[in-house]
Design a protein around this ligand. Structure first.
Ligand code: S3P
Length: 175
């Protein structure tokens, strides 16, 4: 296993990035960071508050600023992005510049939408199904630019997906 390889998990809202990042960090015994949680802590507001009060454009500026801060410190080996972060060209440039490996957690819109509906987290950019589906379709071509693609099948648990990533990306062996 390449100890220094840092990875970024991307994918649409509700795909399970944060949960998979947590399992992956425990399998690799390394530190993980969640960009949204990091933003909420550093800004002292929830993501929903930032988007609703200051607007999406301002949120994207804050997101890039915090991503830059995280990337300038190589402590966390696993980084879970918010669903829109990878769709911003400047963020992709920063991630590539630091040579992180990107992993797209790919799933169907229905799977993501189910999880969005079930989650207690407020997501101002996923208010109704048709608009959210449009966003999902628009973003697929950008998520496609990630180095690795993992298809999230409904019969796999988040732990099993994390294991698959550890095996394939980090060449870890499990018995
Ligand atoms: C967003 C996804 C959210 C959060 C914000 C915007 C998006 O993160 O960053 O609400 O644009 O897709 P999750 O993907 O963790 O829901």
């Amino acid at each position: 296993m390449e100890k220094k390889q840092r990875i970024v998990l991307t994918g649409f809202m509700g795909v399970g990035k944060s949960t998979i990042a947590r399992f992956l960090a425990s399998l690799l015994n390394c530190k993980k960071l969640d960009l949204d949680a990091f933003i909420e802590q550093s800004e002292g507001k929830t993501i929903a508050e930032i988007i609703k009060i200051e607007g999406e454009n301002r949120f994207r500026e804050i997101e890039t600023k915090n991503l830059r801060r995280i990337l300038s410190n190589d402590e966390a080996q696993i980084l879970a992005l918010g669903g829109g972060a990878w769709t911003i060209a400047e963020n992709r440039r920063l991630i590539k510049e630091k040579k992180l490996t990107t992993v797209w957690l790919e799933s169907t819109f229905e799977h993501c939408w189910r999880n969005i509906r079930m989650s207690k987290r407020e997501r101002p950019l996923a208010k109704n199904k048709p608009d959210t589906q449009r966003l999902f379709e628009e973003r697929e071509k950008l998520y496609c630019l990630a180095d690795w693609h993992f298809i999230i099948k409904p019969d796999l648990t988040s732990f099993e997906i994390a294991k698959k990533i550890a095996e394939e990306v980090f060449s870890m062996k499990f018995d």
